[in-house]
Each structure stands twice: as structure tokens, then as C-alpha cells.
Design a protein around this ligand. Structure first.
Ligand code: SF4
Ligand code: SF4
Length: 179
């Protein structure tokens, strides 16, 4: 873990506190295979902080169902994810939802575009070097962004919400970096 993350933990902060985390069907499957038996997700409309889709106009239409809800991690009474403990996330890294793994990178479509300003590392000029020296390196994040969009497109195509040709178009245009 980076010293910045340790500082966050020491201050009782976590990047995902109070956040609504969208999860893919792949995320659901990985968490179930890990052995979580209780319900861990719910379907809800966009909260106020999520109406802009993080600045990506294509994001919300891609994740919202016809009823206006999208699949998110369930939260406890304190508003935090049910997997968040006072020692951080209780899911192993390779089981965590893709959006959790991708943070603190920003992305638009399948392109990584920068870094979320809410993370203190973003205040460092050499933020990319810092991330590249950790398990949150750019190449790994790119692969996760690609997997995220693959899983979303496949689910939408299977539900008949988008055409299978869009999946193929996506496969021909994998995630990129546009920093
Ligand atoms: S990724 Fe950023 S916001 Fe999250 S714990 Fe680490 S330093 Fe804090
Ligand atoms: S799964 Fe882990 S990283 Fe993701 S929101 Fe929950 S506690 Fe945070």
C-alpha cells in the first residue's frame, strides 16, 4: 500500500466512503465465487452526485436499466459499502469490483484521462510515477478499464439493450490512455 493510502487510513478515510459503486455482472460473479452468501448489491437510481456521469456523457446511458436504476454495492446504515471495515476493504484485490480497482484513475469511455482530484496523490506533480510504482500502475488500470467496458457491453448486448456489433466495435477499440 502507498504511504498516501496509509495516511488516508490513519485519518480514518477511505476513497470509497459514502460512495455508490456500480458493479458489473462479472463483479457479482467474482464476489459470489469468493464465497459471499449474503446479498451485497441493490438496484437504485442515480444519486445527486452521479447525475453527470463523472463528466462522461456516455457513462450513465451505458449503466442505467430501462427503469432508471443501476446495480450498485449495498451500503450499511452509515452509508458506507458493506465490505468496508475500519481496516479498509475486506475483499481481496482481485475480487474487488472493477471500479474500485480503477480508482484513482479517471476515465472517459475506454480511455484513461487522468487522476481523480479527490485523491491526495493527484496533488503531486509526479502522480503518475507514484501510481506506476505501485499496484495501481497505468498498464494494470488500462486492462481493468478494458475489462470493465467489455463486461458492461456484453451484459447490455445480452439484454438486447445495445447491438452485438457495438461489442465488436469495442473489442476493435480497446482501452487507451489519453493523459
Ligand atoms: S488511492 Fe488516494 S484516496 Fe484512496 S486511500 Fe490511496 S491516497 Fe487515499
Ligand atoms: S468493495 Fe471495497 S473498495 Fe469497493 S466500495 Fe466496497 S469497501 Fe470500498
Amino acid at each position: 500500500m502507498l504511504s498516501y493510502c496509509l495516511d488516508c487510513a490513519a485519518n480514518d478515510q477511505s476513497c470509497c466512503e459514502g460512495k455508490q459503486i456500480y458493479i458489473t455482472l462479472g463483479d457479482v460473479q467474482r464476489i459470489r465465487e469468493f464465497g459471499i452468501k449474503e446479498e451485497f448489491h441493490t438496484f437504485e437510481p442515480l444519486g445527486e452526485d452521479y447525475l453527470t456521469g463523472g463528466g462522461d456523457p456516455g457513462w450513465n446511458p451505458l449503466i442505467l436499466n430501462e427503469d432508471g436504476n443501476r446495480r450498485i454495492l449495498a451500503v450499511k446504515a452509515d452509508g458506507n459499502c458493506m465490505f468496508l471495515s475500519d481496516k479498509g476493504c475486506t475483499l481481496p484485490g482481485n475480487v474487488r469490483p472493477l471500479l474500485c480497482r480503477i480508482y484513482p484513475y479517471d476515465f472517459t469511455g475506454p480511455s484513461i484521462t487522468g487522476m481523480c482530484q479527490g485523491c491526495p496523490i493527484s496533488k503531486q506533480e509526479n502522480w503518475l510515477d507514484i501510481l506506476n510504482s505501485s499496484q495501481m500502475n497505468l498498464e494494470t488500470a488500462k486492462a481493468w478499464v478494458e475489462q470493465l467496458y467489455d463486461e458492461i457491453y456484453q451484459e447490455r448486448a445480452a439484454a438486447g439493450i445495445i447491438e452485438h456489433t457495438q461489442c465488436r466495435q469495442h473489442a476493435d477499440n480497446p482501452a487507451s490512455v489519453n493523459l
